[in-house]
Design a binder for this molecule. Structure first.
Ligand code: PHE
Length: 330
């Protein structure tokens, strides 16, 4: 019966051993055939015969179970080897996330002013008339309110049309000196190539004792900032008007597409308007109860900066969430 043990030991796979099991232990197997021989064994030897066979069966079963356990373990190991996943492997078509160009531009602007010690202030997107208009020297029926087509809720509340109300919040909350920027979303009823109903601005306000803050400071801060953002461009201050600043200016940079030669983007002027600024109007200080101070403020559109920096022709594409646009900034 030694060959039966060898049969078991020789099996090289779970399947092969399974076949051996049928061959040895099956209904029509070798052991069954041995037990069948009982009939022809003389009565006085039957007991010893049966004992011997049962012993053999038990030992074979034991050998079989051990062999089966070994083969199963081996099979599992092989399976784990062949199906192993390397979770750190690169997928060559993986889509990498990236900051949206507007947020990336916003971060660059914020980083610059934070490095100059400006604090970051925030204000609500839903404003009231006082903060968005009145305190900024835009009294009711002032024609300048027409410049900003406003989303009104009908109950006195409105969506802020610029980040300038954060100036008011900050000055009402704090004593001078103030040195802040306010980045955030603003809303106007507008929709075309260069206007979307929601866009982002960065506001800046610097206030100190009377005579300590001048237009020269404003000019130097903005000139350095625009060189940081756009490189070696010419910067020009053009007299303008805002109700909350006096004097006011709009700031142009030499066109980064044609370098001042004149092209379609700059309407053949050689200049691109990039922000509005001025010295804080005394009426604004009056509205917040500030006395004997002077200050400057400016506000810029982040989308406009992003469009110029990345040469994006249609502002609306920044808000469509099209992966093909976003992938170009990954
Ligand atoms: N609030 C102005 C706008 O939205 C920008 C501005 C801010 C101008 C501060 C001057 C000073 O157009």
């Amino acid at each position: 019966m030694q060959e039966l043990y060898e049969k078991i030991e020789r099996a090289e796979s779970v399947e092969a051993l399974e076949a051996v099991r049928v061959e040895i232990f099956g209904k029509k197997g070798i052991l069954a055939a041995e037990f069948a021989k009982m009939k022809s064994v003389p009565p006085e030897e039957k007991k010893a015969f049966a004992q011997g066979l049962n012993e053999l069966k038990t030992k074979l079963q034991h050998t079989f179970d051990e062999k089966m356990a070994t083969l199963k373990r081996k099979a599992l190991e092989e399976k784990m080897q062949s199906e192993a996943l390397d979770v750190a492997l690169y997928d060559t078509i993986a889509h990498k996330g990236a900051l949206h160009p507007v947020m990336e531009t916003m971060d660059r602007i914020i980083d610059y002013f934070v490095s100059l010690n400006f604090a970051i202030e925030e204000g609500p997107l839903v404003e009231d008339d006082f903060h968005n208009f009145e305190a900024l020297n835009l009294p009711k029926y002032h024609p300048a309110r027409d410049m900003q087509d406003t989303f009104y809720f009908g109950d006195g509340r409105l969506l802020r049309t610029h980040t300038s109300p954060v100036q008011i919040h900050t000055m009402l909350r704090q004593k001078p000196p103030i040195r802040m920027i306010a980045p955030g979303a603003v809303f106007r009823r507008d929709y075309d190539l260069t206007h979307t109903p929601m866009f982002h601005q960065v506001e800046a306000l610097v206030v100190d004792e009377e005579g300590k803050v001048s237009f020269a400071h404003l000019k130097s801060v903005l000139t350095d900032f625009l060189h940081y953002m756009f490189g070696d461009v010419a910067v020009r201050f053009r007299p303008s008007f805002f109700p909350f600043t006096e004097p006011s200016a709009e700031v142009d940079i030499s066109c980064i597409f044609c370098e001042g030669e004149g092209c379609r983007v700059c309407s053949h002027t050689g200049w691109l308007e990039v922000l509005g600024c001025g010295l804080v109007d005394p009426n604004v200080f009056h509205a917040v109860g500030y006395e004997n101070v002077s200050g400057y403020a400016f506000g810029l559109g982040v989308e406009r900066f992003a469009m110029l920096l990345h040469r994006i022709p249609d502002l609306r594409s920044l808000f469509e969430g099209d992966i093909r646009l976003l992938e170009q900034f990954a």
